[in-house]
Write a protein that binds this ligand. Structure first.
Ligand SMILES: C[S@@+](CC[C@H](N)C(=O)[O-])C[C@H]1O[C@@H](n2cnc3c(N)ncnc32)[C@H](O)[C@@H]1O
Length: 277
């Protein structure tokens, strides 16, 4: 019902107008949280609960916070596909994940991807997110990994060079440029020399979503961010041209792989694999 209303407003071309009005009234974030709550009442996909591989499933409202949908099928399908894409991308660069010592998912949500690491013997697994409810659920439900909360801003409590792999799926896609800069620096601090950093962005395949002025900025190589005052929420969305990622987010790393829409079958976001110099 709620999703249908938003789609109708989008089709009528009035969605941006309504959002802008809510923004002016200072009600944008509250309205978005209300929208997310309404979405969570429509849980679906119960058929695939058996594919949860013996691990609990998060409640619908937590699924909506990370996936924008309470659909269990999508939650499980996306998580597994993304996990396999991560492993495949590292493997292509000669990395056997079993030989890693410590792996961190930054912005791990309710473990949509992290839950699939349970089958991997070897690395110590860590997850961190600024949303306390998501982390509380992970602590209770995914005991094979260690979880912490952070604040919207750095730092993290981990020591310098502690991780040989950090990944962030659909996290920089929801932050202002300033906040992204702070996190890029902080994650670089905790990745060891020779370690890996994988992350996804809304790239070229999201061009159609942009307005004309946004598209012009994107084409010129600029980062486009909508609703940056809602950084950390899915309402805030960032669009990264490849040239921006290479010039502004990769300092101190070698870009080992860039797969346009590399999360195909999952999110269609671009996937970057960087190795710390
Ligand atoms: C779209 S969700 C993706 C969650 C998870 N990576 C996944 O793929 O299921 C974005 C996640 O980033 C988290 N997040 C956003 N800003 C953050 C920050 N500054 N520090 C830690 N986590 C953050 C959100 O709480 C949310 O769980």
């Amino acid at each position: 019902m709620m999703r249908r209303l938003v789609t109708t407003m989008q089709n009528l071309g009035v969605l941006n107008f309504v959002l802008e009005a809510l923004r002016k009234l200072g009600l944008l974030k509250i309205a978005y949280r209300t929208y997310e709550k309404a979405l969570a009442t429509n849980a679906s996909g119960a058929k695939s609960r058996s594919q949860a591989e013996g691990l609990p499933l998060p409640p619908s409202d937590l699924m909506v916070l990370v996936a924008g949908s309470p659909d269990v099928d999508w939650f499980l399908h996306f998580g597994k596909s993304m996990f396999q894409i991560l492993l495949g991308t590292l493997h292509k660069d000669g990395v056997r994940v079993e030989s890693l010592t410590a792996v961190l998912e930054f912005g791990c949500g309710c473990g949509r991807v992290l839950r699939h690491w349970r089958s991997i013997q070897g690395p110590q697994l860590y997850g961190v997110d600024y949303n306390v409810r998501l982390i509380e659920w992970c602590r209770k439900s995914l005991p094979f990994a260690q979880f912490s909360t952070n604040t919207l801003y750095p730092p993290l409590s981990y020591r310098d060079g502690m991780f040989d792999c950090v990944y962030a799926i659909s996290v920089f896609t929801h932050m202002s440029e300033a906040l992204q800069g702070l996190w890029i620096k902080e994650l670089k601090r905790i990745i060891r020399s020779g370690g890996y950093f994988l992350f996804t962005t809304h790239g070229e395949s999201f061009r159609d979503r942009l307005t004309t002025p946004e598209r012009e900025a994107f084409t010129a190589g600029d980062l486009v961010v909508r609703y940056e005052e809602a950084s950390g929420m899915n309402l805030c969305s960032a669009y990264h041209p490849e040239v921006y990622v290479r010039q502004r987010m990769s300092e101190g790393y070698t870009v080992k792989d860039m797969i346009p829409a590399g999360t195909q079958g999952a999110l269609h976001q671009d996937l970057y694999l960087l190795r710390r110099d």
